[in-house]
Write a protein that binds this ligand. Sequence first.
Ligand code: FES
Ligand code: FE2
Length: 360
Amino acid sequence: VSASNISRLVASAERCLLPLDQATTLPPPLFNDPEWFEVERTRVFHSGWVAAARSAELAQPNQFVTATIAGEPIVIVRTANGRLEALSNVCRHRSATIVGERSGSARSLQCPYHQWTYSLDGRLRAAPNMDQASGFDKAKVCLPRFAVDEWHGWVLVNVDSSAAPMSEAAPHLDLLFTEHRMAEVVSVGTLNYPSPWNWKISVENFLESYHHRGVHRETLEPMYPGAQSFITPTGEEPWTAVDHVSVVEGDEPFIALAMYPSLLIAITRGVGMAWFRLDPLEVDRSHLAIEVFLLPEYANDDALGDLIVEGLRVINDEDVPINERTAKGLRSNYAESGRVSHLEEATWHFRQWLIARMSD
Ligand code: FES
Ligand SMILES: [Fe+2]
């Protein structure tokens, strides 16, 4: 990666940092440049807390969950004594990924290739037919370990373990998650969307309701008119939230919230939330899993769960084609930064954070 290329791209984004009424959108190369994406992996995703699972998936000893963090394969395990470990899911032999399933239960982690076997704290326990490898000492082989924390029902991983604990990074978000009982919600269904476009297209789409008038004209706009949404001031904290008040009597307000870089949540007051689990895979490809959660008092209400899952399917099916069109347009030689509506304040906030991270 050429440092001068990154500095040049950071400089090209300086007008994103102007006050909202003068600011522009991100320059198109920031969505397309493979070197920019490589640096995002390190400075954005591998130097802070990223939500990888829910605590409920790791409630029992020996349970494991796999995830990737901007392409980095990890496996999170609950050890026999109840501690969480986040380990590299890459075999120390010839680098195959060790665990393939999204989740399960195991007493040890065995690589399927040549059956090197690791304990749940990452130590190599068995390595067949290695007795003639001179000086090979399996006691010296261990999977790299990452920082891991539990916070309001999420399991977060920090590839760079030097960051402060999550709760200190965002005290106001801590209060908001307590108010909305985020630690208690129960999973009732998941939608999966392979997303062949840059991850920031999904974040920006998630964080503004200006597009309700175009994309969700017949679905969200009549209930939650984009022009009536407003942003929660978060100051220097690494998150933003857009509040939507329903104009339909009896409908609950919802909040679209992003903790940067990629924890996207839609909270419906008094009902539950949807976690948009976004994982950037490559510069032009990410994966979005939308997991739906209800407060425990509704967790057995299958009709409500189905209604919310289906509603999210309809809305997201409307967002997919517009994200594809944005990705296509961003690759044009004639694409350039545009101006920003006041209804896009949250995306503007996100861009400030992103550019600050990339300027380090
Ligand atoms: S790559 Fe894992 S045992 Fe060979
Ligand atoms: Fe949308």
